[in-house]
Design a binder for this molecule. Structure first.
Ligand code: BES
Ligand code: MN
Ligand code: ZN
Length: 500
């Protein structure tokens, strides 16, 4: 979808659907909505009088055939209570509005930046949120549908602004929003592709495309190279699969003089059957999304490079399947790891922490000064926080504060879980340095604590995205399927770091 900023009159713009808005409790529209109402001889005011709740958050009302204005039809969008309106609510209603435009077969859509004036938003930030919400809400994944899409996807978005002075800021915000939405959609695509298509080899090919088009250094290590290191824990997970594992390494240098190197590490299990500790078959198909951490990291580096942010990023994506076979590792096995620590395998289904442990050690050897990992790591995190928030664990208040602040600003919910000493007992092994499962109690925390053993005291934040990676319904800027969660937070974090 193309985005164009127009300094002009809302009533004159020629388009299939014009989106205007209403705060809850307002009976006589003002501003842009008021201007359209006047041009339509009070039809919007009539609609509001006849329909309760037109201003409720996310409400949609359509005036189908309009004369007296340039638009063929008008979509009235409820913004909810003015005092509750935030940038993320703006992002959400923009997504809802574009799907309403799909339903009325609109190819061209015009909109104002909803509520930005009344809520006192910075024009650039508001335009960014509007564009992100619109493009993310308009996302569809149709790679495997052979029949023509019955939905008409809007192709053009006009953002109408009557104050010409604001146009440069709005344009800057819109461009940023486009860049970030493209990265989130890349991440969604990778997650939505099934495991027979999105193999570790395919992940590496996708990374190569991103690297080539954004001038990012890329190295892909195969099984033999990993064995030479030796990345024993990663290879133990990979050994049951026919698909060759890949360690994808990308380096973006936005600040050559900078002393900091932020490692972004993403779990890339392209399919998690559980291995010999086989998962129940019900719901197993969802384990194609177990590479979402890697997909998030790839999306984030793409956007960070496209925005030319002055930071240095080391992106590490360990990619493999976790499969049962005669070659597979077993419960009870003791394996080594890149850092030298030995691990007793209690469950081959606790594989994510194994590949992350090796990836973390690898990142530190490459000079990483700070580490953030993202992973669909535990069902326990979904039990704790549901599909609403990602779980955050850390050994460093400062870095964690920065991550949580970035998440808040980007509109992604994250919540910290404690790393109390007492939990560590659960992953002590009788015969090795560690065991890979601490059992059911506090399962998200013991998984985080397992990884903490490998970070060598460096500032580290772990984000468990198991509950937030997909959604089962269209809602605001999310559409059923992969959400691309984490990309916006990482990009915002990199922005907030400044010259770092
Ligand atoms: N990939 C799963 C975690 C997961 C579960 C993600 C549900 C998304 C939805 C992970 O590899 C796993 O299987 N974790 C086990 C750990 C246990 C064996 C200690 C789990 O959560 O059950
Ligand atoms: Mn697993
Ligand atoms: Zn897994």
């Amino acid at each position: 979808m193309q985005v164009e900023i127009v300094a002009g009159s809302i009533t004159e713009v020629i388009c299939d659907a014009l989106i205007v808005n209403l705060f809850e409790g307002v009976s006589l529209p003002t501003g842009a909505t008021g201007a359209v109402d006047t041009a339509l001889d009070g039809q919007i005011a009539t609609l509001i009088r006849g329909k309760q709740g037109a201003g409720k958050y996310g409400a949609i009302s359509v005036l189908h055939i309009c004369t007296g204005i340039g638009a063929r039809q008008v979509i009235l969008l409820g913004l909810g209570k003015q005092e509750e309106f935030t940038l993320d609510r703006l992002r959400g209603v923009a997504g809802t509005a574009v799907r309403a435009a799909q339903k009325v077969d609109a190819r061209t859509v015009a909109t104002v930046i909803h509520g930005a004036g009344q809520a006192g938003f910075d024009p650039q930030a508001a335009a960014q949120a509007l564009v992100e919400g619109t493009l993310l809400g308009n996302y569809r994944f149709r790679s495997y549908k052979t029949e023509k899409d019955e939905v008409v996807l809007p192709e053009k978005l006009y953002i109408i602004e009557n104050d010409a002075q604001k146009v440069p800021a709005i344009t800057a915000g819109a461009r940023r929003g486009e860049t970030i939405a493209a990265a989130v959609c890349l991440s969604r695509d990778l997650v939505n592709h099934p495991a027979n298509h999105m193999t570790p080899t395919k992940m590496a090919a996708q990374a190569a495309q991103v690297a080539a088009s954004h001038g990012i250094e890329l190295q892909v290590m195969d099984k033999e190279e990993l064995a030479a290191l030796p990345m024993c824990a990663f290879l133990a997970v990979a050994q049951g699969s026919q698909e060759p594992p890949k360690l994808i390494i990308m380096k973006y240098t936005g600040n050559p003089a900078g002393k900091n190197l932020l490692a972004l590490i993403g779990k890339g299990i392209t399919f998690d059957s559980g291995g010999i500790s086989l998962k129940p078959s019900e719901g197993m198909h969802e384990m194609k999304d177990d590479m979402a951490g890697a997909a998030t990291v790839l999306g984030a580096v793409q956007a960070i490079a496209a925005l030319k942010l002055p930071v240095n990023i080391l992106a590490i994506m360990p990619c493999t399947e976790n499969m049962p076979s005669g070659y597979a590792f077993r419960p009870g096995d003791v394996i080594g790891s890149l850092g030298g620590k030995t691990i007793e395998i209690i469950s081959t289904d606790a594989e994510g922490r194994l590949i992350l442990a090796d990836a973390v050690v690898f990142a530190l050897r490459q000079g990483a000064t700070h580490v953030i990992d993202l992973a669909t790591l535990t069902g326990a995190c979904v039990v704790a926080l549901g599909n609403v928030a990602s779980g955050v664990m850390t050994n460093d208040r400062d870095l964690c504060g920065k991550v949580l602040a970035a998440a808040g600003a980007a509109g992604e919910r994250m919540w910290e879980l404690p790393m109390f000493e007492e939990y560590k007992d659960q992953i002590k092994s009788d015969i090795a340095d560690l065991k890979n499962s601490g059992g059911r109690p506090a399962g998200a925390i013991t998984a985080g604590l397992f990884i903490a053993n490998f970070v060598d005291g460096k500032p580290w934040v772990h984000i468990d995205i198991a509950g937030t990676v997909t959604t089962d319904k269209d809602n605001g800027y999310n559409v059923k399927g992969a959400t691309g969660t984490g990309v916006r937070t990482l990009v915002r974090l990199a922005e907030n770091l400044g010259t770092w």
